[in-house]
Design a protein around this ligand. Structure first.
Ligand code: FAD
Ligand code: DLZ
Ligand code: SF4
Length: 508
């Protein structure tokens, strides 16, 4: 008789996950399962499903090699019950197990399902993060504003990353003012390391194509790493070839380059193939060896021990209703262009096209193109939340929802962002070459060819005046608007309304 089952979910693929650390290799049985409930609670991008199934199968194999007893359910197994809880019940019955060890899932939905299951399940805190729940709660306690920057400094102190004693390396905590350069002419980075699918991955690709081929996104070409060894190679490749320029061009976008100097490691990090500390230590080493400048390394480390930890803290602090928040009361249905529907707006068309093909877009494409547009067009934030959760290979609610609902849509009322991330076309034009290839004219503020971002930006500010005009960081925006003559303001608002009508008809 087996005493315990050990649940390992698709985004917990490391021997260092809490449930495996607490288990006994000699006595306990690992349960892993490809199930329809997880693969279809949103219509995930086929690449995301394929990546996880391939990585799960290979991780199960590695666990067996390491001496674990693993019960693995493939999606098409005839006895597959279709859900994680169903599989735990089935395996408990089969083995006569009385207890399940599980690492806390990254989504409230699944936490609740495990808590409600008719089984004795111990939910262990997921300790793959720098900050524990208790540490984040203690940090947040009593603060009026939960600003990432202060939390980040605590994480620097806790990890010792880029610290010279109790001072930050380079005498500054944050080198952002040296970053944010516009798009470069040439990019020296050849992009992320690409891996040829082996037989296991190929089998999964066929399965996913057959079962999820109608979801948004193409399953091939498939080049993701699917093992820890490969993910480590991808990390090394980024550190050597792209990190030095990561900071400077972090916010830039290019029509014909999807990756610029980004790491493309979030799918690996979020599923457990890499750990946050090892990634940051590799970057820190590049700085110490003189291979990468402080602005790049600090900026990169801040994304991981700052933003990533911080958004997770907010997700768990705020509770299960967080993803449904809609402070600005936005109601527009998600426009078809997010699913590849025709649009003459080149920045959106290109960001969506690469999302469809790669299950990847970098932060500024997500925030300042698709996110910004959704916000100024008044799209319902829950619809955008579901879209982001579906289309990116790195998406799990704990990280996606705070980024979308909070940072990008201001739907949490300003917990994460101190002001909404809205911009006119000028920002996109400064940071990219998209506008050069666009039907619309970014310099035109009104008229047939006026960039829709220009119109909708003012429409957003005007319709939310009561909420935002007192925001000290937005005073300039309202002053500029108020300085325009009345007729011009009316024209802008009328044309913005027309643009919204066209958007709803799929004609913008
Ligand atoms: P790089 O730009 O190279 O950054 C390195 C690493 O820093 C990333 O791999 C990631 O782990 C971390 N990071 C950077 N920014 C953030 C951030 N804001 N929040 C959390 N981690 C961050 N990230 C996800 O991992 N999953 C998501 O579902 C997700 N959804 C997003 C939705 C929106 C609307 C926005 C604006 C951002 C979202 N992000 C999400 C954050 C960010 O866009 C991605 O982490 C990043 O684009 C991943 O690509 P990369 O590995 O090339 O990152
Ligand atoms: C995302 C995902 C998918 C597509 N499929 C599975 C699966 O079949 N089995 C599994 O264990 N996990 C899967 N996952 C990851 C889970 O959805 C993830 O663990 C939860 O959303 C919590 O983060
Ligand atoms: Fe986007 Fe406007 Fe530039 Fe066209 S002109 S690419 S719509 S910002």
């Amino acid at each position: 008789m087996v005493s315990r089952l050990v649940l390992v979910l698709g985004d917990q693929l490391t021997p260092n996950v809490a449930a495996l650390k607490a288990a006994d290799k000699e006595k306990d049985t690992v349960v892993m399962a490809e199930v329809m409930a997880e693969a279809s609670y949103v219509r995930h991008h086929p690449k995301k499903i394929a990546y996880l199934f391939a990585a799960m199968r290979k991780f199960a194999h590695a666990l067996r090699e390491d001496g674990w007893n693993v019960l693995y359910t493939e999606l098409d197994d005839t006895k597959n019950t279709g859900s994680i809880v169903g599989e735990l019940i089935r395996r408990s019955d089969e083995l006569g197990a009385r207890e399940v060890l599980s690492t806390e899932p990254g989504e409230w939905r699944l936490i609740k399902a495990l808590q409600d299951a008719p089984l004795k399940i111990s939910l262990l805190e997921d300790d793959r993060f720098i900050a524990t729940h208790a540490e984040f709660e203690a940090w947040a306690e009593g603060r009026k504003q939960l600003r990432m920057e202060y939390f980040y400094r605590d994480m620097r102190r806790k990890t010792g990353l880029l610290m010279a004693g109790d001072k930050p390396a380079g005498d500054k905590w944050n080198f952002d003012h040296e970053n944010r350069k516009p798009a470069p002419e040439d990019v020296s980075f050849s992009g992320p390391l690409r891996f040829e699918p082996d037989a296991i991955t190929q089998e999964v690709l066929d399965l996913v194509e057959a079962r999820f081929g109608s979801n948004f996104g193409s399953v091939t070409p498939f080049w993701f790493a699917t093992t820890r060894e490969e993910a480590l190679q991808a990390l090394e490749h980024f550190i050597a070839q792209a990190l030095p320029k990561f900071g400077a061009y972090q916010d830039a976008m290019l029509n014909d380059n999807r990756f610029l100097y980004h790491a493309i490691i979030s799918p690996y990090l979020n599923a457990g193939l890499l750990t946050p500390l090892e990634i940051c230590q590799a970057a820190e080493k590049a700085y110490e060896n003189g291979d990468a400048p402080i602005n790049a390394v600090e900026g990169f480390i801040r994304q991981i021990i700052g933003w990533r930890e911080y958004v997770r803290g907010i997700y768990f602090l705020e509770g299960p209703d967080y993803p449904q928040r809609n402070t600005l009361n936005h109601k527009r249905k998600l426009p078809d262009l997010y699913w590849g529907g025709a649009t003459k707006m080149n920045c959106l068309a290109k960001s969506v096209e690469q999302t469809r093909e790669e299950a990847y877009a970098h932060h500024i494409q997500r925030l300042m193109v698709t996110g910004n547009f959704g916000l100024i067009a008044g799209v319902h934030p829950t619809e955008l939340h579901e879209w982001y959760l579906e289309v990116y290979a790195d998406a799990y609610e704990w990280v996606e929802a705070p980024n979308t609902v909070g940072m990008s849509q201001f739907a949490d009322g300003g917990i994460i962002a101190s002001k909404p991330y809205v911009s006119s076309g000028a920002y996109i034009n400064r940071m990219s070459d998209y506008c050069k290839h666009c039907h619309y004219k970014v310099a035109q503020k009104t008229g047939e060819k006026a960039c829709p971002f220009n119109l909708l930006y003012w429409h957003f500010l005007d319709r939310h005046r009561d909420r935002f005009e007192g925001n000290p960081r937005m005073g300039n925006m309202y002053r500029t608007w108020d300085r325009m003559d009345k007729d011009r303001r009316e024209t802008v608002l009328q044309e913005a309304e027309l643009a919204l009508e066209k958007l709803d008809k799929g004609d913008l």
